[in-house]
Design a protein around this ligand. Structure first.
Ligand code: FES
Length: 206
């Protein structure tokens, strides 16, 4: 069968249009892909956003439990800590939220100095966010066995040092602000509960 000249031309045009659409579509997909990659790269290169989404769900009355070690998940007893000791803790039942990670510390009350809020402490216990305000690593406790009251908090990611007796102010390293304090109270049954929420921002602040 012989094709009519007009119909051959139409099919030719259709084929051309289809090819152009395919090429155009390919270019659009490539451009979108490149744009997405560029955004991802910029995201990786840019510093952490302030707070980085750290939203604590700690509420007054939440019981403190161990966040690490062989006792993980069990209620912490006040009598188990001596001056110069510290533990990483979570509010009971809320360990899935990393913003709830807290460092519980026991020191001599006589050593507490501003900006530590004494009203948020009890029997030498005080507590602060355990998320470094630099880039969000978990802080560590550096115990001074010879002088337990001189023990301190350090973030080993970039060596920020915080003074727990003075409201965890920054005494070294790149952390821009102190670790936020949170109130605690010792119950008659020796357990410890939170009495409020964090006094300041938590998580990376750069
Ligand atoms: S993340 Fe803590 S010092 Fe950098």
């Amino acid at each position: 069968m012989v094709n009519e000249p007009g119909k051959t031309a139409d099919r030719g045009n259709e084929t051309g249009i289809t090819r152009r659409r395919f090429i155009l579509g390919t270019i659009v997909v490539a451009v979108i892909g490149a744009f997405g990659s560029l955004l991802s790269m910029l995201k990786l290169l840019s510093p952490s956003k302030k707070g980085s989404g750290y939203m604590s769900t700690i509420a007054p009355g939440d019981v403190l439990v161990y966040a690490a070690g062989s006792n993980i998940g069990t209620e912490i007893k006040a009598s188990s800590l001596n001056v110069g000791d510290a533990e990483l803790v979570y509010p009971k039942g809320k360990s899935s939220n990393p913003a709830n990670l807290v460092q519980l510390i026991k020191l001599n009350e006589v050593d507490f100095k501003k900006p530590t809020d004494r009203k948020l402490t009890d029997k030498g216990f005080l507590a602060y966010s355990a998320i470094c305000t630099h880039l969000g690593c978990t802080v560590s406790w550096v115990k001074n066995p010879a002088s337990p009251d001189l023990s301190y908090t350090e973030c080993f990611c970039h060596n920020s040092i915080f003074n727990p007796a003075r409201g965890e102010i920054v005494e070294g390293g790149p952390a821009p602000i102190p670790l936020a304090q949170i109130g605690v109270r010792v119950n008659e049954n020796d357990t410890i509960v939170f009495t409020g929420t964090f006094t300041g921002p938590i998580g990376p602040q750069v």
